[in-house]
Design a protein around this ligand. Structure first.
Ligand code: PA5
Length: 475
């Protein structure tokens, strides 16, 4: 795709916040006065994010990913080409920030039944992301791949995540038993020096490895080798993805709330949160974007769910992300959104032009309930249902806004990723918290170490044993 300025403008992702305003929601909407009253806070959040850009020590290295990976991208493209040449299967082993991005990009930009297509119609090997330690899932993955023809991308910043390293132990054992050299079947994506995978790489005699920079946390890592290598393997244009991110970054340079889509979204969400809207629904009207909600859920939840401010004051903030899919969840959750508690903000992701239109043939002429559909397209239907749901929510006084995606491609996906990342950084700054740590996740990781007897966790093991369920409460 040759990106002229005109094309960039045509493919620009935009935010329409009409249905958040009192003009359309009456007393339940946000007035201009309230928005104006938050301008100063928004400006400060914008300044704080701008001042901390690129600072590894503050985990803000991700802001520079669209700009500082020239050589890395070339290395990724060459490695992906080699993987495509040598292997029939590509399996990502990772969890959380190391898995949600690769799954999301694959689903957004590849055929929805990619793995079922014949080899001639796929741009790369069959693709899997294994992000759980469900023993059944592991066994059944092994039923459908041939490990001798598989490349495993082990993605772990620490190399100490029990889930990922368990998977690694299993596949390296199987590869060795199959007479294969483990080193030839793995690519590591990890910390430059500190992670255990660095040690393992040395032991194996130097595994092809990519670095996850110090200032890039898991949930902000999709535009680093964490996401770029898996994407390149299945033929996604990673340079265009990065260009999309850079374009959104440029749009968000201004501190003017009305011109900066990420700052506007963050401010609207902040105002809503302060008003008790503790649930944020992300509802893409696109199967291709359904896993964007999973990726976003981690970004928003892990970044904003905190119990103290940066200056140490206790707080319990955050907004619970809920994943919904249009139109599927119209027949499941939308009843609650329309008539349940006033505790949600619904964000629609609307696609202006789908890559398929799927005309609906005429038929069933004697049945008016069905006949009216003939002559339209499925694109018209899904877009109409999206508009109708936004209208119904607005009529019911429910806060909702729409992110318009002109079409789904690498350039627009890159914009969306950066939009949400910046939105999260701004919202965290407004809440005055550390957006980039995850002490709550670490606590669970440590408790698992204790339960499985990792040395050094005996104290916690005793505590956990004492917390065994009281039989008196079992029914
Ligand atoms: O966002 C995060 O930081 C987490 O979700 C991590 O990505 C996840 O816990 C995996 O950690 P690691 O990359 O060290 O294996």
């Amino acid at each position: 795709m040759r990106l002229t300025e005109e094309l960039r403008r045509a493919l620009r992702v935009t935010v329409d916040y009409t249905n958040m305003t009192d003009k359309y929601l009456g007393d339940r909407g946000i007035s201009q006065k309230v928005l104006d009253a938050h301008k100063k806070l928004a400006k400060e959040a914008h300044a704080s994010v701008a001042a901390n850009r690129g600072k590894d020590e503050l985990f803000m290295g991700w802001t520079e990913l669209p700009y500082n990976q020239g050589e890395i991208v070339e290395d990724i493209l060459a490695t992906a080409k080699e993987i495509r040449r040598k292997f029939d299967y590509f399996v990502v082993l990772g969890i959380g920030g190391s898995a949600l991005g690769p799954t999301m990009a694959f689903n957004a930009l590849c055929h929805l039944h990619y793995n079922d297509l014949p080899k001639s119609r796929r741009k790369g090997p069959k693709f899997f992301v294994e992000d759980n330690v469900d023993p059944v899932r592991m066994k059944e993955l092994l039923d459908v791949i041939d490990i001798r023809k598989t490349c495993f991308n082990v993605i772990s910043k620490s190399g100490a995540t029990s889930e990922t390293m368990t998977q690694y132990l299993i596949i390296s054992d199987l590869l060795a038993k199959a007479g294969e050299n483990v080193k030839d079947h793995v690519v590591f994506t990890t910390d430059a020096a500190r992670g255990n995978l660095v040690k393992i790489s040395k032991e194996l005699g130097g595994v092809k490895s990519f670095v996850l920079g110090d200032g890039v946390g898991g949930r902000f890592s999709e535009l680093s080798p964490v996401g770029l290598l898996p994407a390149a393997v299945v033929g996604i244009d990673i340079k265009l993805l990065l260009k999309g991110a850079a374009y959104m970054d440029k749009l968000c340079k201004t501190a003017d709330l009305r011109k900066n889509p990420a700052l506007l979204s963050a401010t609207l969400q902040y105002i809503a949160m302060k008003d008790g809207k503790n649930i944020g629904v992300l509802m893409p009207y696109s199967d291709n974007l359904r896993y964007l909600s999973d990726w976003y859920a981690q970004l928003w939840a892990e970044s904003l769910g905190k119990n103290k401010t940066l200056d140490g004051r206790p707080c319990n903030v955050g907004q619970t992300p809920v994943k919904a899919l249009g139109v599927t969840d119209q027949h499941s959750q939308v009843q609650l959104y329309t008539e349940g508690p006033f505790d949600k903000v619904v964000t629609f992701l609307s696609v202006d032009s789908y890559k398929e239109k799927s005309p609906i043939p005429h038929g069933c002429e004697s049945i008016p309930d069905v006949a009216f559909l003939g002559g339209h397209t499925m694109e018209e239907l899904i877009r109409a249902e999206n508009k109708a749901t936004a209208y119904a929510l607005t009529k019911a006084g429910r806060l909702n806004y729409t992110i318009h995606v002109p079409e789904i491609n690498e350039f627009t996906l890159g914009q969306l990723l950066f939009l949400f990342e910046l939105q999260t950084a701004y919202a965290g700054a407004m809440l005055g918290i550390d957006t980039f740590n995850q002490p709550g996740v670490e606590a669970g990781k440590k408790a698992t170490f204790a339960l499985l007897g990792k040395p050094g966790y005996d104290g916690q093991r005793a505590e956990l044993d004492n917390a065994a369920p009281d039989p008196a409460y079992l029914v």
